[in-house]
Design a protein around this ligand. Structure first.
Ligand SMILES: NC(=O)c1ccc[n+]([C@@H]2O[C@H](COP(=O)([O-])OP(=O)(O)OC[C@H]3O[C@@H](n4cnc5c(N)ncnc54)[C@H](OP(=O)(O)O)[C@@H]3O)[C@@H](O)[C@H]2O)c1
Length: 270
């Protein structure tokens, strides 16, 4: 059976991709710095930032899904001043380059690269790193696909939790459609095996809501007594922060339901 190598398979999106691949009967190898516990996939230890283990991981691979990234903001769940100045590129740029050149050498048939909607207008250094990774994929002699997704609910949840201590939350009024990783995983797995190539339909969440509405639903789900201060920002500034609305495929899970799953059980247990 054809073998699929997944990078980032221990991450938020990656775990959902593994779930879909296994459910659909694919043979899966996960490239990871620390192997996980699932016994229904193969684990290949290695590091994209150094290239250790990558050649062995690519042996006999037909399709690569590249969902690895190093995003300091996603990792810590909050923005720090340093994020406006730099973002490490070792995984998303140099790691992608290694994956592509070794993939070519080892006759991989298709590489699907996961990326983010609206990178051209976004101003954070992480966006520039992601854009540089995409450019390498487009320039590759391999058959490639790029799937861009809107920000994930888990990230919005952690960013909003960083505001929770404030009595008043300043929030832009911008429209936005974040998405759940389960919906992105479905789309990614479809695009990996449907025979299509190139820039694939981007994916966002089912609803276009203002950030004020998203923050209000979050506050209510957590039963916090806070005021939201709507801030009008220019379209350019909003796009610079990555607050856009996607124009492609829509996921199914809405923010309110995601919040219910995330916080209802916590509140019932309390
Ligand atoms: N988060 C969002 O809102 C969002 C939105 C749109 C698109 N995306 C894209 O979706 C993809 C997945 O994002 P995510 O939020 O699910 O990421 P995540 O949860 O931060 O997971 C990142 C994955 O990359 C792996 N990784 C990091 N450094 C590595 C290295 N040196 N070598 C090998 N693997 C390494 C991590 O492995 P460890 O377990 O070892 O750390 C983890 O499995 C990325 O391409 C991201 O740009 C994310």
């Amino acid at each position: 059976m054809a073998l699929t190598l997944l990078t980032g398979g221990t991450g938020h999106l990656g775990q959902d991709i593994v779930q879909r691949l296994v459910r659909d009967g694919h043979r899966v190898r996960v490239f990871a710095r620390s192997p996980g516990v699932r016994s229904d996939v193969e684990w290949a230890s290695g590091d994209l930032a150094t290239g250790v283990g990558l050649r062995e991981a690519l042996r006999d691979v037909d399709t690569v899904i590249n969902a690895a990234t190093f995003s300091p903001i996603a990792r810590r769940g909050g923005v720090r001043p340093v994020d406006f100045f730099r973002s490490p590129s070792a995984v998303d740029v140099e790691g992608t380059e290694r994956l592509l050149s070794l993939g070519l050498e080892m006759s991989v048939r298709h590489v699907l690269h996961v990326s983010i909607v609206g990178l051209e207008a976004a101003t954070l250094p992480y966006a520039r790193v992601k854009l540089a990774g995409e450019r390498l994929v487009r320039a590759s002699a391999l058959q490639w696909s790029i799937v861009r997704a809107m920000p994930f609910y888990y990230l919005l949840d952690s960013l909003l939790s960083g505001l929770a201590w404030l009595p008043i939350w300043p929030v832009p009024t911008t429209q936005f459609n974040p998405v759940d990783t389960s919906d992105v995983a479905d789309h990614v797995v479809t695009c990996a095996f449907d025979g299509g190539r190139g820039e694939r339909a981007e994916i966002g969440g089912p609803e276009d809501l203002s950030l004020v509405a998203l923050a209000g639903q979050y506050r209510d789900a957590r039963r916090l007594n806070r005021k939201i201060l709507p801030l009008t920002v220019s379209e350019a500034k909003a796009q610079g922060m990555g607050f856009v609305v996607s124009r492609g495929v829509r996921g199914r899970l809405c923010w309110a339901d995601w919040l219910r799953r995330r916080y209802f059980s916590a509140q019932s247990a309390a």
